[in-house]
Design a protein around this ligand. Structure first.
Ligand SMILES: C[S@@+](CC[C@H](N)C(=O)[O-])C[C@H]1O[C@@H](n2cnc3c(N)ncnc32)[C@H](O)[C@@H]1O
Length: 274
């Protein structure tokens, strides 16, 4: 598949704005992510797969944590994201990282016997979460950990005071993911799929924040709305008038110092391969 087709195929796109947005998204959740990895025990010497690594923000952090005696393998199907990921790791002087361009729905990772996998905001976009989980299961050693941050209740995306066009925007985001073969609330399926694939689920922790503009997390809806309303227009899923309503309502909440935002809830899942 050519990059143009991947860009069309991946609902959020692989352009430079999306690379930057994924960076902001990583910084917003970085403390929760790092804490999760530490609690799971990831440390020097571990071999970790970053499943659907995107432009490699988490990959580079993982590479620093596992150190020179460890290794990180980033799997990603977008050549454009991979280029950004390789450049990031090069700049940070990480030579314990390897990237593989692969479609997780088409290619088996093989029996790599890795210690852990990290999979964030990927399962919502694949045609078969079952295949994804089985692929991860095959690549880990017995006792290896599969760690996920995946949405379970996207409907919690909400501004207070509530705004009709922003509510409709969040529903349209979910509809567009479903129309491209994904499922926004995919984390609900993971415990059963993991059990069927031979894992024991150790932890399921909900992650959701309600924030005002004073919190850095506010930058997440700001960049997400800005980029995705343009993307939904490009995909002809919203009209220019609907897009204008979304932008106007977001400007209203930004001008309202009493406004709050609740993030779409995801689950932190840690499972051990038996
Ligand atoms: C929302 S981004 C998240 C990227 C990264 N995990 C992060 O947390 O920043 C979703 C990623 O999943 C990748 N992806 C989606 N379906 C895939 C598939 N079938 N095989 C490999 N990668 C896939 C996309 O190309 C994109 O990089």
């Amino acid at each position: 598949m050519r990059e143009e087709e991947r860009e069309a195929d991946y609902v959020l796109g692989t352009h430079d704005d999306e690379v930057a947005r994924l960076g902001l998204q990583h910084r917003v959740w970085r403390n929760a992510v790092t804490e999760c990895w530490h609690r799971a025990g990831i440390t020097h010497g571990w071999r970790v797969i970053d499943v659907g690594a995107g432009p490699g923000y988490a990959t580079a952090d993982l590479a620093e944590i596992v150190g020179p005696t460890g290794a990180v393998l980033g799997i990603e199907r977008s050549a454009r994201f991979l280029e950004a990921a390789r450049e990031r790791c090069r700049r940070r002087g990480r030579d314990n990282v390897e990237f593989r361009e692969a479609d997780l729905m088409e290619v088996s990772l093989g029996q790599l016997r890795y210690d852990a996998s990290w999979c964030r905001w990927v399962a919502s976009f694949v045609s078969s979460p079952k295949k994804l989980v089985e692929n991860i299961a095959g690549a880990l050693r017995p006792g290896g950990l599969a760690i996920f941050h995946e949405y379970s209740d996207y409907e919690t995306f909400r501004f207070m005071p509530m705004k009709p066009a922003l509510e409709a925007f969040s529903r349209e985001v979910m509809a567009s993911w479903r129309a491209s073969g994904g499922e926004p609330n995919v984390a609900r399926e993971l415990p059963q799929l993991l059990t069927e694939a031979g894992f024991r689920v150790l932890e399921m922790i909900p992650r959701v924040r309600t924030v005002s503009q004073r919190d850095y997390t506010w930058q997440w809806p700001k960049s997400f709305i800005e980029i995705n309303i343009a993307r939904l227009e490009e995909l002809r899923r919203v009209t220019p008038e609907q897009a204008a309503d979304v932008r106007r309502e977001f400007a209203e909440v930004e001008a309202d110092s009493g406004a709050w935002f609740t993030t779409p809830m995801f689950l932190e899942i840690v499972a051990r391969k038996e």
